[in-house]
Design a protein. Structure first.
Length: 117
């Protein structure tokens, strides 16, 4: 198993940037994929971006061009850089890790991002 701890959220003005971090309790080199999701009040949790161990990346259409996901296997950490933040980006951002069919998906506790207009 693995525990995930997100950090880096906060209150930011529209147009600003944030870098979210997801620290894992053990090596992430073999975890495939790891991803960032978000959930706004009254809405379903949705994918923002995910990254495979081979570096392959998928972005949601809403995140393309404004977000960058990266992973540092040496630090057991996955990052999400979000630029040009909009009020509609306000949500709780969650990190997840897919551990395979036996152990399934693990989620962090989330970090709140609030973008003021």
């Amino acid at each position: 198993q693995v525990q995930l701890v997100e950090s880096g959220g906060g209150l930011v003005q529209a147009g600003g940037s944030l870098r979210l971090s997801c620290a894992a309790s053990r090596t992430i080199a073999s975890i495939n994929p790891m991803g960032w999701y978000r959930q706004a009040p009254g809405k379903q949790r949705e994918l923002v971006a995910r990254i495979n161990s081979d570096g392959r990346i998928d972005y949601a259409s809403s995140a393309k061009g404004r977000s960058t996901i990266s992973r540092d296997n040496a630090k057991n950490t996955v990052y999400l850089q979000i630029n040009s933040l909009k009020p509609e980006d306000s949500a709780v951002y969650y990190c997840n890790a897919f551990l395979g069919p036996r152990y399934g998906t693990v989620w962090g506790q989330g970090t709140q991002v609030t973008v003021s207009s």
